[in-house]
Every structure is written in structure tokens, then in C-alpha cells.
Write a protein that binds this ligand. Structure first.
Ligand SMILES: [Zn+2]
Length: 439
């Protein structure tokens, strides 16, 4: 397994950051040259340039280390491949690389990196001084790396190969789980043995709202400045800083939430997990507001993280279409679009949590097995969110939790089984935040 470790290059010498800057612009020129070659071939209906052709066409023309140039051509071809695959799947709106790039990350393969006692030497091509950076202590062998601009400063991304121990063969347990990803709830999990978990997505959503509000404030301040002025630049820097912090926070919560899902599965000795892929739902055109919400939903990351974590935990993980799973009654199969968090069947009177309904309905698709609706539902929220909820506005959880519990009982009586305060608060919150989102 490969893992990317990030080293900040904040505070390196001016001369070096100028060299990186120039190198990134040169790498962008390599990209543009590849784009031109590819575009010309496409327009003339000729043979598309392959690896060899691009390497030959770019050889010796650019002020970079030869292998850095090759890495750009490889990245370009990988990009073309992905676009081609997507287009073959019927996504005609996907374009082959067409943009002019101004900057592109500087990349080196493992064999280009030289390690010395305390330094790491990255060659910049013949006749140019190499980049010399302090060697991180954990780095003991040359690794592929790239220098990426994060909006505020450069970062060195080093991909470290991690040796994975031999997987011990596990006894088949025939325990399966399905995961329904959502926006209001990050994930709803149902096992075939009547256990269910709901991981709240409230933290991520509130961070998202806070961030877009901050961006709006900065944009309005910036619109009153002269473009390029000191204040204008300062605001741009603040924006980059806030965005970086926001991304770190969201990533943290996402990891914590998916970790909770995998821990839940591990505890119950689940051997295989099916993750519903909401691609179909997302691409459907359902109006401006809904579309915007859908495009901001980063379920691809949730799927990625779940796959990584399942690999670590030796659980099989696969994905598939989840279309229609949230609008069918798990008892009688009656179809209707649910409103709110609670799923109520008009035909047979069944009632249950909407996201769990989605997860339960995935069992027949993924494993060909109809499972009963879970009796036990665990509610978790990733990270400590108490601090981020601003006091004074909205709902303040009462310390006794009695009110929450009562409200939760009204909301979904069968869900309140353990009677834990945490879980009652959660219900209460999710019920409250609904009108704002469902509208
Ligand atoms: Zn029904």
C-alpha cells in the first residue's frame, strides 16, 4: 500500500522557492506541449501520441530534470485514459485535457531522488542547481515525490510504500453490511443480523456552511478593494488560509466518521461491506438548489476512505449502484419518495429511519438476501462537535437531556432503545436541522 506524507516547505530560502516557482511553470509548459500534440492528433484523426511519442517530443526541450518531464507526460496520458474511459461509459460532457496551464506540480520518481545524511537532493536538470531540502527523519529510502502549491505555500508530497503483512485467512462468517452514504447522515450502516449504525454528517455540514459564509464575507470585502492592492492581496491570503484550515477539518471528520463505520463492522465480525454509489442520484437534474447541494457532496472521498480502511481491517469492500433503494418499503416493496428523516409506508404502515431503509434495501442487490429491519440503531457523531456549535443560536442541548429524549420519542419511538443522552440529542438535532435542508 502507498501512503502520501506531506512535508510543509514553508520558510525555505527565497532562491529555492524562486527555483520551484520557475520549475512549476516549466512543468506547465510540458503539459501544454503534450496537450497540443494530443489535440493535433485528434483533429487530424491520426494516431494519438503514446508514451514513447510524447517522451520523444518533449525530450531535451525543457529546463527540468528529464525524469520530471517524463512524469508530466505520464500524468497527462493517465488523464487522457481516464477521460476516454468516462466517455466510453456515456459521459459525453467529459473533455480531453484542453486547458492552458500556468503551473503544474514538480514531480520526481524515486530513482531521481538522492538521499544524503541530512539532506534530500532533487535534481532540476543539467546545468541548474539541484533543490536541496532537509531530509525528514522517517525517510530512509528514495521515494517518488512532488512539490505542490496549496494556495499559501509549497508542500512536498512523498509517497511512501508501506509493507503490508500477510493477510491471515479469516473464517467466513457470512456476516455482511451495507452502507448508505448521505449528506445529512454521513453514513447509515445495516448488517444482515439486525444491527444498524448512523454516523452524523452534521459536523461536516456546519463546517461547510461556515466556510461558504466566510468566503462570501471575504469576496464582498475584496470587491471594494482595488485589484492587486495590498489589502486585496492580504484578503486573498486570508481566504487561502481559511480554506486550508477548512479542508483539514473536513478531512479529519471524514476520516473519523468512516473509521467509526469500519470499527462498527469489525466489532460485528462483518466479512464484506457493500457501499452504495450515489452516482445516479447525483447526476439527475433536479433543480438549481438541489443540484448545488449534490455537487458539493463529496461521497467519492467517503467511498475512498471506506475502501482504504476496509483494506486495513481485512474486510472485503465493493461498491455498486444504489438507485431506488431509498424509495422502496423494505417490508412490502411499495414505492414512494420519503419526506423527512422518517420513512412511513403508505401501504403497510411500516415505519423506520430513512437512511437505514436505504441500507437495508441494498442487501438484496448486493448479497441477494432480504434482511429484517434492524431493531438496534447506534448513533454516532465523528469528532467532538460541541465546541463548534455556537452558543446562543438555535438549540442548546439541556444538560438533563430529558427534553431531547421526549422529543426523540415523538420523532421516532422505535429508535430510542438504549435511551442514551448522546443518541437522543442526535435525534433531536437531526430532526431540527431538517426543515432548513428539506426545503
Ligand atoms: Zn410497506
Amino acid at each position: 500500500m502507498e501512503r502520501v506524507r506531506i512535508v510543509s516547505l514553508k520558510g525555505i530560502r527565497k532562491r529555492q522557492s524562486a527555483a520551484i516557482h520557475a520549475g512549476q511553470m516549466e512543468a506547465a509548459r510540458v503539459w501544454t506541449a503534450c496537450r497540443d500534440a494530443h489535440l493535433a492528433a485528434r483533429q487530424e484523426h491520426g494516431k494519438w501520441p503514446n508514451r514513447d511519442a510524447l517522451q520523444k517530443a518533449t525530450k531535451g526541450r525543457f529546463a527540468l530534470h528529464s525524469q520530471s518531464v517524463q512524469m508530466v507526460t505520464h500524468a497527462f496520458l493517465a488523464n487522457v485514459d481516464t477521460a476516454q474511459q468516462l466517455r466510453n461509459q456515456g459521459r459525453a460532457e467529459i473533455r480531453y485535457p484542453y486547458k492552458d496551464k500556468t503551473f503544474y506540480p514538480l514531480m520526481w520518481p524515486a530513482q531521481a531522488m538522492h538521499l544524503e545524511d541530512k539532506r534530500m537532493v532533487l535534481p532540476m536538470g543539467r546545468g541548474r542547481p539541484s533543490l536541496i531540502l532537509p531530509k525528514p527523519e522517517w525517510l530512509d529510502q528514495p521515494c517518488a515525490c512532488k512539490i505542490v502549491w496549496n494556495g499559501l505555500h509549497n508542500e512536498l508530497h512523498i509517497s511512501v510504500a508501506e509493507d503490508t503483512e500477510e493477510a491471515p485467512l479469516l473464517e467466513p462468517t457470512h456476516k455482511h453490511a451495507t452502507v448508505d452514504l448521505g449528506q445529512i447522515q454521513q453514513a447509515a450502516v445495516a448488517t444482515n443480523e439486525g444491527d444498524a449504525l448512523i454516523v452524523s454528517g452534521r459536523g461536516i455540514r456546519s463546517l461547510k456552511r461556515q466556510h461558504s459564509k466566510q468566503l462570501g464575507e471575504i469576496a464582498s470585502k475584496r470587491s471594494r478593494c482595488q485589484k492587486g492592492s495590498r489589502r486585496w492581496r492580504k484578503l486573498g491570503k486570508t481566504r487561502a488560509k481559511l480554506t486550508l484550515r477548512y479542508e483539514r477539518r473536513v478531512r479529519d471528520l471524514r476520516h473519523k466518521g468512516t473509521r467509526q463505520v469500519m470499527d462498527f463492522c469489525k466489532e460485528r465480525e462483518v466479512e464484506s461491506v457493500f457501499v452504495g454509489n450515489p452516482d445516479g442520484v447525483r447526476r439527475k437534474n433536479s433543480g438549481r438548489h438541489h443540484n448545488q447541494r449534490m455537487s458539493q457532496w463529496e461521497y467519492g472521498k467517503d467511498i475512498d476512505y471506506l475502501q482504504q480502511k476496509s483494506e486495513q481491517d481485512r474486510i472485503v469492500c465493493f461498491t455498486g449502484d444504489e438507485r431506488g433503494t431509498s424509495s422502496r418499503c423494505p417490508v412490502c416493496g411499495h414505492r414512494h419518495k420519503p419526506k423527512g428523516r422518517n420513512w412511513r409506508c403508505k401501504a403497510c404502515g411500516f415505519e423506520g429511519h430513512r437512511d437505514i431503509v436505504g441500507a437495508v434495501n441494498m442487501h438484496p442487490i448486493a448479497y441477494g438476501q432480504v434482511v429484517p429491519f434492524p431493531k438496534r440503531i447506534t448513533y454516532l457523531r465523528p469528532g467532538n462537535l460541541r465546541r463548534s456549535s455556537s452558543p446562543g443560536t438555535g438549540h442548546r442541548p439541556d444538560p438533563s437531556g430529558r427534553r431531547c429524549l421526549a422529543e426523540a420519542r415523538n420523532q421516532a419511538p422505535q429508535d430510542v432503545c438504549a435511551g442514551s443522552l448522546e443518541h437522543a440529542h442526535e435525534l433531536c438535532h437531526s430532526a431540527r436541522s431538517l426543515p432548513a435542508l428539506a426545503g
